[in-house]
Design a protein around this ligand. Structure first.
Ligand SMILES: Nc1ncnc2c1ncn2[C@@H]1O[C@H](COP(=O)(O)OP(=O)(O)OP(=O)(O)O)[C@@H](O)[C@H]1O
Ligand SMILES: [Mg+2]
Length: 502
């Protein structure tokens, strides 16, 4: 088709004021916006990124400074253009960008004034600025050229460096609109955002941050740590077999993980391992595009729900940036959906991981096992009468049986004491106190020193051996008895001490 004749077309340029306001409505959160700016710094080879929150009431600012390669004047002009690069263009295999929009959409979603200064080695600092009110007023895409002296002092600092880029957000109306400088409450709220940003960046860029030589990120001069969703350093984390899948000749790698049961972690580790939003929210697939986390725990619309008993399931997926279209990657880099013909594989892998994770959540299937295994010894019996549960002390437990047998004249008292304990188990209080946080249930002997555990173990051992059981058999039974089965590490020490005493 040829439209060379000017009678055949009209030129209808987008209205800058209207378009710029629409560019503000991509729905970025603050943390996702900052992550988008950091993507660019990483691609520019930055090793150190400093994020600075500065409170000045309505004039508060957020600045992101990197020591990457920087941009020449031409490159900077182009970088500031909404749509600086065609998304269909092939990108370098390590590039984190796609749409030529992130710098602008992420910034405009937070501020009305975006100023970028950049310096390449051997060149002068160049500064460009979009002031949305000014663009609105003049109705033209006028990108302002500024000198360092006209700008925040941070630009003068950049001028002295060899290379790097500074992104400055002013008039951050979405965060500080109408705030007075001396409003302490608003100031507190402003700085509270640092925590959310910190945990998001620790998660999204954890693979880069794990290698301290490759990237360090600081917020108001405090370095942020890496957050590993898979707790790979924990000895009880289960790594299921890795599976490569292929789509249009490109490779995706999937590695399912089942995280350790709550009882294997101390409170601090458990809290941190839950991650932003907590354990329930963070189960599912973790999709990495060029090592950058895009989706942090989601069942990808495959029909699985985020249930408490499946929360230990986390599945790592690595995809290359050449599959952006197949995975429907969005500008914010927060959405990814598996291509239709991979969905069944993803479902199968999710099901397998969920099965394993559920077993670990339920004490590695021990509860199921206990109902059927005759030789498993419980201190408590669970009984049901007319649909109501009640709990009784197991009279045939070796220790209980030994105490009853040796009670002599006190047999009635011992029996009465057991009945009293059984009848007054504080069930309502237990339910109330633990219903909000079933994972924090007290673990037997959790707070006791190991010798207390060994003392109880020894008494039970003696009860068994004195009743005529062989030592070998007594040892086996101890290993299958609550709560010692949860502390296998103490058994060898116990048997050694028994041998020494003999
Ligand atoms: N900190 C930086 N250092 C060096 N170059 C940068 C920096 N920030 C942006 N650029 C340049 O500006 C360009 C535009 O960035 P922008 O984030 O708008 O789009 P993109 O990264 O290409 O794609 P996407 O929209 O997917 O993020 C980048 O491709 C890069 O060339
Ligand atoms: Mg980008």
């Amino acid at each position: 088709m040829n439209f060379d004749n000017s009678d055949d077309f009209e030129i209808v340029n987008p209205d800058p004021g209207a378009l710029i306001e629409s560019l503000r409505a991509f729905g970025y959160s603050l943390e996702a916006s900052i992550a988008d700016i950091i993507d660019n710094s990483i691609v520019a080879g930055a090793c150190n990124i400093h994020i600075q929150f500065s409170w000045q009431g309505e004039q508060s600012t957020i600045a992101i400074l990197d020591d990457g390669c920087g941009m020449t004047e031409d490159k900077l002009n182009n970088a500031m253009r909404p749509g600086s690069r065609n998304p269909l263009e092939e990108r370098d295999t390590a590039d984190l960008g796609r749409f030529g929009l992130g710098l602008k959409t992420a910034s405009f979603s937070q501020c009305r004034k975006l100023t970028v200064g950049s310096k390449t080695t051997g060149d002068d600092l160049k500064i460009r600025s979009w002031d949305l009110d000014y663009v609105n007023q003049c109705g033209e895409w006028r990108l302002r050229k500024l000198e360092p002296r006209e700008c925040d002092s941070a630009f003068s600092a950049l001028e002295k460096r060899k290379n790097g880029t500074l992104v400055l957000w002013e008039q951050i109306d979405r965060l500080v609109k109408g705030a007075e400088k001396d409003d302490l409450k608003r100031e507190g709220l402003f700085y509270e955002h640092i925590d959310t940003v910190k945990s998001h960046l620790s998660m999204v860029f954890h693979r880069f941050l794990e290698n301290q030589n490759s990237l360090k990120i600081f917020i108001n001069n405090r370095q942020i740590p890496a957050w590993d969703p898979f707790l790979r350093k924990h000895p009880s984390t289960q790594l299921l077999p890795e599976e490569p899948l292929h789509h249009s000749g490109k490779k995706i790698t999937i590695r399912p993980f089942v995280l350790p049961h709550r009882s294997k972690m101390n409170d601090g580790t458990y809290e941190i391992a839950g991650g932003p939003g907590g354990w329930n929210a963070r189960q599912g697939f973790y999709i990495y595009r060029n090592n950058r986390l895009i989706v942090a725990g989601d069942w990808l619309g495959l029909g699985f729900r985020k249930e408490a008993h499946t929360k230990l399931a986390r599945v790592l997926v690595d995809i290359p940036n050449s599959m952006d279209e197949d995975w429907k990657i969005d500008v914010k880099k927060s959405v990814a959906r598996p291509p239709a013909h991979l969905r069944d594989d993803f479902k199968r892998i999710a099901r397998l991981t969920i099965e394993r994770a559920t077993a670990v959540y339920r004490h590695r299937g021990k509860i199921v096992q206990r109902k059927t295994a005759d030789n498993f010894v419980f201190p408590w019996n669970t009984n049901v009468k007319n649909g109501t549960y009640f709990y009784t002390v197991n009279r045939s437990h070796p220790l209980v049986a030994a105490v009853i047998d040796n009670s002599d004249g006190n047999r009635k008292k011992t029996e009465a004491m057991l009945r009293l304990i059984e009848e007054t188990v504080p069930l309502p209080t237990i339910i109330l106190n633990n219903s909000d946080n079933p994972d924090k249930l007290y673990r037997p002997f959790e707070k006791s020193p190991s010798n207390e555990l060994l003392v109880v173990m020894k008494e039970i051992w003696l009860s068994m051996t004195r009743s005529g059981m062989s030592e070998n058999e007594a040892g086996k039974r101890l290993a299958q008895m609550e709560p010692f089965c949860d502390y296998p590490e103490y058994l060898p020490a116990f048997f050694e001490s028994v041998e020494e005493n003999e």
